[in-house]
Design a binder for this molecule. Structure first.
Ligand code: H79
Length: 608
């Protein structure tokens, strides 16, 4: 069975449900079209505001001489504050300067289309008047529901309201993972069934009293008390009761650490949640959202002044959009109810940029190019007539005003600066490259967008890798075209590599150009631990018709571990004639965990 895009997370489940007709419960028997309709607003939005607000804004990162390094909303855990003592903060919580209208306006003017607010963080304190607990806003001096005015302002301004809700709870006596400082410390038998019912009752309040809610944004799912069974049950419970609700993947146990994408398998959740990271590559067909802070904390910290520049924030938004994801950018309001001035300033500056460039972000699709450009990023849209508009986000305005695009086969209809469409950008072709001659404009310090309209759907040819002046063809992990859903480019470790080759049916390919025919020595740089040696792989050369014209078989040898790389000649590959080919790494079987980690390959005409 072949699907048009990699199948992960819910996609896999939808597919499975479709195949195993009748076996799946109603909530997962969603057709692809139904899912697309449910996810449509999220995919178009591209940009949202995260709000971390709660009692932790009062200590603001300080507790009896302890100073929080980051994540000030974790102060209770960081300073091991007993739950009863921490709970006294509610007697002081009085955010009289809270102005929901101003917050929503700030978000809207910055180009944000949705707001995700912490209804309850890990500390267990509730921002609304909950019938289920006294540890809530109703029992503070302020006394008024904080979510109601936000819901009303969102409705006025057409912003989707979404609710963050912590699964883990440091206050509730029934949360199952005990700590001496938590509210469950004195409870000999925390009851997770009772706790789950508490959550469901609170979620019912949240889902029914504030108008339609866009996303249920769970977090704190990683502790042992929360199981896959509970995650699956909560997901199905919510989908059944609120069919349009989008639920992040932290409802279940399938999140892969801070990288946040959903593991292969029967895991629930509609989208991946990288935290403080942007994935190296876009993930076609997979929904995701990177949540990030503007300094080093989610909840308000009085001393954290490590603010990111507006340039970084704008470029993060563009980078994420170019990879097909959403940017959920956080603010941490003070205990008085004010968004910190540096956040406001950055969001206003971002708003200035968005005013001109919204079209290049909202409702766009990921770049059609295999990777980012050295000068910036690309987003795209299909125009009503079926033609394509590329948005070239130029980070570094070239001094020679030349922008080169390789591999674009489409006819160019028109190119112009988005900020000033009356100025024409001339385009020419030089040696297969499309060259744009940029006009005189005052470039934005963040990114200047050029629109490039192409006839038809994007037709981007892979750029063949050529031998260097020394005659050696060098293939880097970054240049690989990965065919599969588990194979991944890893760039964060010591050495860039293609890893996670756990499914031998997946392949690693490179578009290559050989200047010489004849035998070429293949020198591979790879890693493989002792318990995974012996997989049979082949280096294959495929012609334009995808026919194998030569191949080099090899048995994977041990290097000492997944992190230990070795460089060795593995044999000789015959090149029948100079020209363009696809060089493919194919696994015929797999011994142990994975086939190998690929770092580089070098191909060199063999000496006679
Ligand atoms: O609400 C903000 C933070 O307070 C919260 N998530 C954002 C949105 C957060 N909780 N924890 N962390 C951030 C960092 C903790 C990460 C870890 Fe783990 C938890 C490391 C080990 C357990 C996540 C889950 C990464 C691996 C497993």
């Amino acid at each position: 069975m072949k699907f048009p895009y990699p199948i992960r997370g819910l996609f896999a489940l939808v597919a499975a449900a479709t195949l195993a007709a009748g076996a799946a419960p109603r909530a997962t028997a969603e057709s692809v079209a139904e899912r697309d309709a449910r996810m449509a607003w999220f995919r178009e939005a591209r940009f949202g505001m995260f709000i971390h607000w709660g009692l932790y804004a009062i200590p603001a990162g300080q507790w009896n001489g302890f100073q929080s390094k980051n994540n000030a909303e974790w102060i209770q855990s960081q300073a091991k504050v007993p739950a009863a003592e921490y709970a006294k903060l509610k007697e002081k919580f009085n955010p009289v300067k809270y102005n929901a209208e101003a917050w929503v306006k700030l978000a809207k003017d910055a180009g944000m289309k949705y707001i995700v607010i912490t209804t309850k963080h890990h500390d267990g304190f509730c921002l609304w008047d909950s019938a289920e607990t006294d540890f809530d806003i109703a029992s503070t001096p302020y006394g008024k529901d904080l979510l109601k005015p936000l819901a009303e302002a969102c409705q006025r301004h057409g912003i989707r309201l979404c609710f963050y809700h912590s699964i883990m709870d440091w206050h509730h006596p029934d949360w199952g993972d005990k700590q001496p400082w938590r509210g469950n410390a004195e409870n000999p038998a925390p009851d997770m069934d009772r706790y789950t019912n508490y959550m469901k009752a609170q979620l019912k309040e949240l889902m029914t009293n504030y108008g339609p809610i866009g996303i249920a944004w769970f977090d704190g799912e990683w502790e042992n008390a929360w199981t896959h069974e509970r995650g699956k049950d909560l997901y199905q419970h919510l989908r059944q009761n609120y069919p349009q609700l989008i639920i992040n993947n932290r409802v279940d146990k399938g999140r892969q650490g801070m990288a946040g994408m959903t593991k292969e398998g029967e895991f629930k959740g509609d989208y991946g949640t990288p935290e403080q990271e942007i994935p190296d590559d876009g993930l076609p067909g997979v929904d995701w959202e990177s949540c990030m802070t503007m300094n080093n904390t989610w909840g308000y910290s009085a001393h954290d002044q490590t603010w990111k520049s507006t340039e970084t924030i704008v470029r993060n938004l563009i980078d994420i959009a170019s990879k097909g994801g959403n940017y959920l950018l956080n603010v941490g309001p003070t205990a008085e109810g004010e968004i910190p001035a540096p956040s406001v300033k950055s969001l206003q500056e971002l708003g200035e940029w968005i005013k001109t460039n919204a079209e290049a972000i909202h409702g766009t699709l990921a770049t059609p190019f295999p990777r980012a450009f050295p000068w910036g990023r690309c987003t795209r849209r299909t125009l009503p007539d079926g033609n394509t508009r590329l948005y070239l986000h130029v980070f570094d305005w070239p001094a020679d005003k030349r922008l080169e695009l390789t591999g674009v086969s489409n006819d160019v209809l028109r190119a112009a600066p988005l900020a000033d469409p009356s100025k024409v950008v001339a385009t020419t072709r030089e040696n297969g490259k499309l060259v744009l001659s940029l006009p005189d404009v005052s470039p934005s310090p963040h990114a200047t967008v050029i629109t490039l309209d192409l006839a038809g759907a994007p037709n981007i040819q892979p750029i063949a890798i050529r031998p260097g002046v020394d005659g050696v063809l060098v293939l880097n992990a970054e240049d690989a075209k990965l065919d599969g859903t588990t194979l991944r480019l890893e760039t964060r470790g010591k050495e860039s590599n293609i890893g996670h080759w756990s499914n031998p049916a997946e392949t690693i390919a490179f578009p290559v150009y050989f200047e010489k025919s004849g035998p070429h020595a293949v020198v591979l740089r790879w890693s493989c631990p002792a318990d995974s040696v012996g997989s049979a792989v082949e280096v294959r050369l495929l012609d334009k018709d995808k026919q194998t014209v030569s191949s080099l078989p090899w048995k994977v040898a041990a290097t000492g571990g997944w992190q230990t790389y070795k460089t060795e000649p593995i044999g000789v590959l015959a090149v029948p004639a100079p020209g363009t080919y696809t060089l493919k790494l194919v696994a015929l079987d797999k011994k142990g965990q994975g086939v190998l980690n690929f770092a580089t390959a070098r191909l060199q005409p063999a000496e006679d």
